[in-house]
Design a protein around this ligand. Structure first.
Ligand code: ZN
Length: 256
């Protein structure tokens, strides 16, 4: 097995373990509960979940999606989040190897998974995690190969600024809400991690994917164009694509 594949396998295992923690965050952050205490427990019978019932993906399959004690159905979202986190983290480790950069981009990816699922489920974006990740990006960026501290600070400002500009423009010209302030907070965190130049790619990808999905919804008649789609997941997909394509696109635009 070559080095990239070894890194990808390690990334997958790390990603599923973190994914298990992301599930706790997804459940508790919108309720403003601590993500550390108390330990995981069944929401129905309150039995604490033992370590052997908390192994990412595997425990869900062994328990056939039910609580060991009361038989309450466990949402398939849990193993899906763990698998998705494993897969996306594996991609990053495959690309950047066993390095600080891999960990750096993984942290952003984990945040984006949690915030996207919260945005879809609750139609809201908690502020605190966005703020923590934005600051973390500024603290960690000087240790990466591609993002400097100045890049990071400008990225957070520009990212949030562009979304706020879009929100205010919508208010002025159409007298309604296009995007939410939560999207500005998400974009501040993304900009902080990726630097100001890549903010444009993230918003471009997000708008493109958002437009395609929006058109599909309208054609299929599932949603009329008055009901808002949560935009956070599109920003997340845009950011993940930019992690891989950003440097290539920058070279292309700067004529390198
Ligand atoms: Zn139970």
């Amino acid at each position: 097995m070559n080095l990239s594949c070894t890194a990808a396998v390690l990334g997958f295992i790390l990603g599923t373990i973190v994914g298990s923690f992301l599930n706790v965050c997804i459940y508790r952050l919108p309720r403003e509960e601590s993500v550390i205490f108390p330990g995981s427990h069944c929401p129905k019978c309150n039995s604490p979940i033992r370590w052997y019932d908390n192994i990412p993906i595997i425990s869900y399959l062994l328990l056939k999606g039910k609580c060991r004690y009361c038989g309450e159905k466990i949402s398939p979202v849990y193993p899906i989040v763990e698998f998705l986190s494993g897969l996306l983290t594996a991609g990053i480790f495959f690309r950047f190897g066993i390095s600080f950069d891999s960990l750096y981009y993984s942290i952003l990816t984990w945040f984006l998974i949690a915030i996207s699922v919260i945005d879809i489920k609750e139609l809201m974006v908690p502020v605190k995690p966005c703020y923590i990740i934005m600051v973390l990006g500024m603290v960690l960026s000087p240790f990466t190969h591609t993002v400097s501290l100045i890049d990071s600070i400008l990225g957070a400002s520009l990212g949030a600024g562009i979304i706020l500009f879009i929100i205010e423009s919508y208010f002025i010209f159409r007298d309604k809400e296009g995007m939410g302030y939560g999207d500005a907070n998400i974009m501040a965190a993304i900009g902080s991690f990726l630097g100001w130049k890549k903010v444009f790619f993230v918003i471009f990808f997000a708008s493109l994917i958002g437009a395609i999905i929006g058109i599909i919804f309208i054609i299929s008649g599932d949603k009329d164009n008055e009901s808002p789609l949560p935009f956070g997941p599109f920003l997340a997909i845009g950011a993940y694509l930019t992690i891989f394509l950003g440097d290539l696109l920058l070279k292309f635009y700067l004529g390198g």
